[in-house]
Design a protein around this ligand. Structure first.
Ligand code: AMP
Length: 119
């Protein structure tokens, strides 16, 4: 998928739209989801332009990949959910029902998140 430079997360990264930042490192920004689906709902996004998990898997550097996992670790520490747990997911494309075309992971926590799918 070609990258849409005007998507809302691109605007957040450029400082043209607001977000409630929770954590950031050199390659990653983490902020609260505007329509939270759980008591804790944070979005984790790479700072560079990747439209989805496939583009990121193909084209990102080892350092960028490592930074995503480092951000997961830090968020788990920040929210003190090491024991209670969380769900981290990413939606990709039409079947995954991805709405914003900039790769993002959802971290959902703070309560029982329920079953994985409706099936
Ligand atoms: P997805 O369906 O995986 O693409 O999820 C997109 C997510 O982005 C949804 O959970 C939205 O609530 C969230 N979202 C959309 N716009 C904003 C925004 N301006 N700030 C924070 N979260 C947003």
């Amino acid at each position: 998928m070609s990258y849409d430079k005007n998507n809302i997360f691109a605007k957040i990264l450029k400082g043209e739209a607001n977000a409630e930042k929770v954590y950031e490192n050199e390659h990653v920004l983490c902020f609260k989801d505007i329509f939270p689906k759980a008591k804790i709902h944070v979005l984790i996004i790479p700072k560079n332009q990747y439209s989805d998990i496939y583009e990121f898997s193909k084209n990102s550097s080892s350092k960028e990949k490592e930074s995503i996992f480092s951000a997961f670790e830090r968020l788990i520490n920040i929210y003190k959910i090491e024991k209670s747990g969380c769900r981290i997911i990413t939606n990709h494309g039409i079947d995954g029902r991805q709405e914003v075309p900039h790769l993002h992971f959802h971290l959902l926590a703070g309560q029982d998140i329920g079953r994985m799918t409706n099936n």
